[in-house]
Design a protein around this ligand. Structure first.
Ligand code: 3NM
Length: 204
């Protein structure tokens, strides 16, 4: 599984999930998560179907945040779980696809690792995008998680074009961003810039 630049869609800025997904797919991003905290299940299903169609067109991976039912309903490639969602060991039994989990410490990462396919670690830096985000773990906290698990680690939280190289140097296999792209004047250009940096570290 190749992760690289991992874009998480958001409707909290000025564009729709679909507009953002299309912008990043056009410039070569191939790992996308649908993350939505305010829509009804019915609305989410409609958006997720559109994202599935788009990601299939570009042979990209689609991950659905939190909701295994939605991931199954739209034939997503994976589901991403928070620490308060269904337990990952249960999800792995009922969902035949990629399962990722958010972690914030070495302890959480080690507990999850044998059940899941990738671990996200964060927030690395301060973020205002996630409500109730924990205190940043910093590059040092990220390095500790990377060195204590064998599964791929994805860094998340406050990552932008100025700090992404430091993040990549910790040995992560993916870098997840929301606002650096979704809140940019030009999401396509921002995605391209980030992707070029990521490819220098992860494309071999
Ligand atoms: N999860 P941005 S931080 C969705 O620490 C999410 O698990 C986090 O958004 C975690 O790139 C975060 O705009 C928000 O900071 C990431």
């Amino acid at each position: 599984m190749k992760i690289g630049l991992y874009f998480i869609t958001s409707s909290e800025f000025s564009r729709t999930h679909e507009e953002l997904a299309e912008a990043v797919l056009r410039v070569g991003v191939r790992f996308i998560q649908f993350r939505e905290k305010n829509m009804s299940a019915r609305q989410m299903f409609s958006v997720a179907k559109n994202l599935r169609k788009l990601t299939w067109e570009y042979s990209a991976t689609l991950i659905v945040n939190d909701r295994v039912d939605l991931a199954l309903a739209v034939e997503a490639d994976g589901v991403h779980l928070g620490q308060d969602d269904l337990p990952f060991e249960v999800v792995k039994d009922i969902f035949d696809g990629i399962v990722g989990v958010s972690t914030h410490s070495v302890d959480e990462a080690k507990k999850a690792e044998r059940y899941i396919d990738y671990i996200s670690a964060g927030p690395v830096f301060r973020t205002t995008t996630k409500k109730n985000a924990k205190e940043p773990i910093g590059l040092e906290g990220l390095r500790r998680i990377v060195s204590s698990v064998k599964k791929p680690v994805v860094a998340i939280g406050g990552i932008n074009k100025f700090n992404i190289e430091d993040v990549l140097k910790t040995g992560v296999k993916g870098v997840a961003v929301i606002s650096a792209i979704a809140n940019s004047q030009n999401p396509e250009k921002s995605a391209k810039e980030l992707l070029e940096i990521v490819k220098r570290y992860l494309d071999d």
